[in-house]
Design a protein around this ligand. Structure first.
Ligand SMILES: [Fe+2]
Length: 300
């Protein structure tokens, strides 16, 4: 049996940023715009993103997961541009998306995001755009999408799932645990954060659910770094893997853009998953290379 390959990229922050309307520059956005014009436009580059996606497509993954932050300030003009970008990545059936905090940068953006990208983030059973959690079955995988994306006050980038979503997720995980599927949870925010203002506020409640019902893998973005954290599941620990921003050049402590490939296969009663990290090596933004290969599951 050949392995099923799931690719994961995150935080493309599709550039360039369109010029905002003056009335769009209020509250959280005014600070965000200042931040973009001062430094973020130098960090998130369209050419970097395009080179990375081209390499990803050349690997012919069976499915692609994108964990949010397609836009920057959620300006109306950013949405059609980001839509064209995701269409260039793959068809809605082949790409599963969850929103990030930048996609809900201001009140009302959440709805616009759901309308624009609904076909990339709905379940197989009831294709209702903007309804979370949702589940999509692809090969041996069950891809479970949740939204931690909520508008926040200036200087904050926290995420929140809420009781309603957590209750529905519990029910979904309980049902899925009766099938022998490789369950992948897609969420923008990491479950543990060093930065209080960037954390998932109800992470503890999510971790309780995961300990009770389990998933095989968690994929997230938000921190723009390579990271692997482990969480308790019912039988074994669950890896949670984060990736750098898909459009970023290396800066400060943040690495250059990269993505992950997960080759997943069933071996009798157990799952095997090999993670391959591909990205830009030595400040050469013309070429993507393999940076690392790790046997993620079973953990060594
Ligand atoms: Fe981001």
């Amino acid at each position: 049996m050949t392995a099923f390959t799931l690719a994961h990229l995150s935080d493309p922050h599709v550039a360039p940023l369109p010029t905002p309307q003056w009335r769009e520059l209020m509250g959280q956005r005014a600070l965000g715009y200042l931040n973009w014009t001062r430094n973020r436009h130098l960090i998130h580059q369209r050419a970097v993103l395009d080179t990375l996606v081209e390499d990803l497509q050349a690997q012919h993954p069976d499915h692609i997961a994108v964990t949010g932050d397609l836009v920057n300030l959620a300006l109306a003009a950013e949405f059609p541009r980001a839509r064209r970008w995701i269409e260039s990545v793959g068809k809605p059936d082949d790409v599963t998306l969850v929103p990030g905090n930048h996609d809900a940068y201001v009140r009302g953006a959440e709805m616009l995001f759901a309308e624009t990208f609904g076909d990339y983030m709905h379940g197989d059973a009831a294709p209702v755009a903007g309804q979370f959690p949702f589940v999509r079955r692809r090969g041996p995988l069950a891809l479970i999408g949740v939204s931690s994306s909520v508008p926040t006050a200036p200087f904050m980038a926290t995420g929140w799932l809420g009781q309603h979503q957590l209750a529905a997720l519990e029910q979904m995980l309980d049902q899925l645990s009766r099938e022998h599927l490789f369950r992948v949870l897609l969420i923008h925010h990491p479950l543990r954060s060093k930065h209080w203002q960037k954390r998932l506020t109800d992470s503890e409640a999510l971790q309780v659910l995961l300990k009770r019902h389990g998933v095989e893998l968690i994929l997230h973005g938000h921190d723009h770094i390579h990271s692997t954290m482990w969480f308790d599941g019912p039988q074994r620990r669950i890896p949670a893997v984060g990736v750098p921003s898909a459009s970023s050049i290396a800066h400060g402590h943040k690495p250059a853009a990269a993505y992950n490939l997960f080759a997943i296969e069933r071996d009798g009663e157990i799952w095997r998953c090999v993670q391959t990290v591909r990205g830009f090596g030595s400040e050469n933004y013309n070429k993507v290379e393999e940076l690392k290969r790790i046997q993620l599951i079973p953990a060594r």
